[in-house]
Design a protein around this ligand. Structure first.
Ligand code: NAD
Ligand code: ZN
Length: 380
């Protein structure tokens, strides 16, 4: 047992007090884990665009004050009642969508949409008692995606933790906890391109490039990257992207451009932006008869997708996925093994690193479209 088990821990966390205001690093109190909860010492975290969407809270429900963050790695500090899967000292990745192991989704081989622990960005409290484990001066600070990793310590449901091989360097595998598993899984588990096929990837951030990496390892012959930021293209070559389309360079819809480039459309497309028009383009650019599009980007709440029903009648398929269809507890330890066995590259996704005290720089980099993932090192 650690000396802090059962005690309130005072530590630093980056609080989002209001939508769009820089995060403020302050001391918070972190209550001990309750039944089926685990308190985790976060060592590394990184910024994903999903954090930025809910921090801006434009077209999303504002929940403030809040501790954001969901892509991270850490070590179990203490466990609550009934937790047997992990123990203090275990190396873990928190995951924004969980696996209770008991529900119909967890029992199905096809789904990772756990009934109890599926992603719920509007929930700012823990399930056990409907309250927060974070507080400041006696006032609650809300959770985010059940993970809240922009804190030196956090409390998560045990079903939202993947226990991983302790040999895996936590600074490297941090990005598996969201972006890389999401993009890679969207391709290999959902789009499933055949060898020799043509794949379009919309959005060449870390999630999109992980999707491209999935296409590369699946043996795709052509990988067409679509992005508004031309600086992305040089970088994307390292991820196997073979051709680039900047929608700004054309006065017709990008789906038409892609159809012309490919003799009717791509075999698979993966949308990794979160913009509805891009989602429509990603669907409409797939070949009739067999094409399949996979949506990954998080849309604004209430956004509506419009397309002609004839596009479906002509045997195009549209689907979407959270977390690349991986079940966090069952599948993610294996993805970490793939990294350790050199079957999956992770290092190239991390282009910047900042200490926790400079976390706002990671937001600036994302706004400027510079680099891919910015690793944030906790300073315990
Ligand atoms: P990012 O900001 O690093 O990358 C997005 C890229 O899209 C950028 O290169 C940007 O220039 C480009 N872009 C923006 N608007 C565009 C447009 N209209 N047309 C073409 N390109 C455009 O973001 P990220 O962290 O890689 O995340 C990508 C998306 O995936 C976000 O929507 C995020 O919320 C979502 N996401 C979903 C899941 C999931 O499980 N479904 C998990 C993680 C992230
Ligand atoms: Zn994410």
């Amino acid at each position: 047992m650690s000396s802090t088990a059962g005690q309130v821990i005072k530590c630093k966390a980056a609080i989002a007090w209001e939508a769009g205001k820089p995060l403020s690093i302050e001391e918070v109190e972190v209550a001990p884990p309750q039944a089926n909860e685990v308190r985790v010492k976060i060592l590394f975290t990184s910024l994903c665009h999903t954090d930025v969407f809910f921090w801006e809270a434009k077209g999303q429900t504002p929940v403030f004050p809040r501790i954001l963050g969901h892509e991270a790695s850490g070590i179990v500090e203490s466990v609550g009642e009934g937790v047997t899967d992990v123990q203090p000292g275990d190396h873990v990745l928190p995951v924004f969508t969980g696996e209770c192991g008991e529900c119909a989704h967890c029992k199905s081989e096809e789904s990772n949409m756990c009934s109890l622990l599926r992603i719920d960005p509007d929930r700012g409290v823990m399930l056990n008692d409907g309250k927060t484990r974070f507080s400041k001066d006696g006032k609650p600070i809300y959770h985010f995606l059940g993970t809240s990793t922009f804190s030196e310590y956090t409390v998560v449901h045990v079903g939202c933790l993947a226990k991983i091989n302790p040999a895996a360097p936590l600074d490297k595998v941090c990005v598996v906890s969201c972006g890389i598993a999401t993009g890679f899984g969207a391709t290999v588990n959902v789009a499933k391109p055949k060898k020799g096929s043509t794949v379009a990837v919309f959005g060449l951030g870390a999630v999109g490039l992980a999707a491209a990496e999935g296409a590369r390892v699946s043996g795709a012959a052509r990988i067409i990257g679509v992005d508004l930021n031309p600086d992305r293209f040089e970088q994307a070559k390292k991820f196997g992207v073979t051709e680039f389309v900047n929608p700004k360079d054309y006065d017709k819809p990008v789906q038409e451009v892609i159809a012309e480039m490919t003799g009717g459309g791509v075999d698979r497309s993966i949308e990794c932006i979160g913009n509805v028009n891009a989602m429509i383009s990603a669907f409409e650019c797939v070949h009739d008869g067999w094409g399949k599009a996979v949506l990954v980007g998080v849309p604004p709440k209430g956004a509506v997708f419009q397309t002609l029903p004839i596009n479906f009648l002509c045997e195009r398929t549209l689907t979407g996925t959270f977390y690349g269809n991986y079940k966090p507890r069952t599948d993610i330890p294996g993805v970490v093994e793939q990294y350790l066995n050199k079957e999956l590259e992770l290092d190239k996704f991390v282009t910047h690193e900042v200490p926790f005290s400079e976390i706002n720089k990671a937001f600036d980099l994302m706004f400027k479209g510079e680099g891919l993932r910015c690793l944030i090192r906790m300073e315990h």
